[in-house]
Design a protein around this ligand. Structure first.
Ligand SMILES: NC(=O)C1=CN([C@@H]2O[C@H](COP(=O)(O)OP(=O)(O)OC[C@H]3O[C@@H](n4cnc5c(N)ncnc54)[C@H](O)[C@@H]3O)[C@@H](O)[C@H]2O)[C@H](O)CC1
Ligand SMILES: [K+]
Length: 246
């Protein structure tokens, strides 16, 4: 792991600002679309659909948090549906921060992806049975999480911790509860089977145990010149892949 280039949270924020600044001009929606797509593609690599086995589990339970990490999860759910999985989204705190979140929800409705809300806080676990669930997508918190974790997420994450040996968790960008720079320092944190770092791994990824967690990088949206300017080499993605296993 130590040979993998990581960037600090401060630098990651600068990279984002510049990507979405007036010169380069990406929009948040564009980056989120590519980020969510790359997480869905990681799932096709780690948990491919076996067409020869009609009994294969295809339910993917996506938990979307209140910020942009949650938005990545909503996008990921749509792509998973198109890839032949059965995504189920739990989105307990909807954001009004950006108007396009409503559109992401409409798109999920259009593809008939079930969305559980705050009203399902007593029964959401009924949809997350280990015997039916292929994997969980942790899109709860990313690089803006600041401990201690507040409700309802603390209880949700406690349930995930109890399930993590039975159902593999795929973490989007930062495993929920981890500090972006210092890793699993808070009281409540998950241990994912798969981590998908977006754009470039953050320092917390140095704390994953490679025997327990596969590490991918996704969010293929920067040039060599841009990466070099921020002190790292771009990742050697293959062909049209949006993710690379590190
Ligand atoms: N270029 C990229 O790499 C891209 C990354 N994307 C994803 O965006 C997240 C970061 O998104 P942001 O909205 O800044 O923050 P979070 O999603 O991590 O969470 C903010 C959200 O959470 C609440 N919150 C924070 N701490 C707590 C707490 N202790 N308890 C409860 N709630 C908490 C806070 O109030 C906010 O509501 C990044 O990691 C990527 O996944 C984008 O998709 C664009 C491309
Ligand atoms: K996460």
């Amino acid at each position: 792991m130590s040979s993998i280039k990581v960037v600090s949270s401060k630098l990651a924020a600068e990279i984002d600002q510049e990507l979405m600044g007036p010169q380069i001009g990406f929009t948040l929606q564009q980056l989120m679309e590519l980020a969510g797509f790359s997480v869905a593609q990681t799932i096709t690599h780690e948990f491919p659909i076996n067409k020869a086995n009609p009994n294969m589990k295809k339910n993917v339970f996506i938990i979307a948090g209140p910020g942009n990490n949650g938005g990545d999860g909503l996008v990921c759910a749509r792509h998973l549906k198109l890839f032949g999985y059965n995504p189920i989204v739990y989105y307990p705190r909807r954001t009004e921060k950006q108007p396009f979140y409503k559109q992401l929800i409409s798109q999920l409705d259009f593809f008939k992806v079930p969305i559980l809300s705050q009203d399902d806080s007593d029964n959401w676990l009924d949809y997350l049975k280990p015997e039916n669930t292929l994997c969980i997508v942790d899109a709860i918190f990313g690089f803006s999480f600041k401990p201690p974790m507040r409700e309802p997420f603390k209880s949700i994450v406690d349930h995930l911790i109890a399930l993590e040996d039975k159902v593999p968790i795929v973490a989007v960008d930062i495993p929920t509860g981890w500090d972006v720079d210092q890793g699993p320092i808070s009281e409540t944190f998950i241990t994912p089977k798969v981590l998908v770092s977006l754009t470039v791994p953050k320092p917390c990824s140095a704390f994953i145990n490679p025997k327990l967690t596969s590490h991918y990088v996704g969010g293929r949206f920067i040039s060599r010149e841009f990466a070099n300017k921020f002190g790292f080499e771009p990742f050697d993605y293959e062909g049209t892949d949006q993710v690379l296993k590190l």
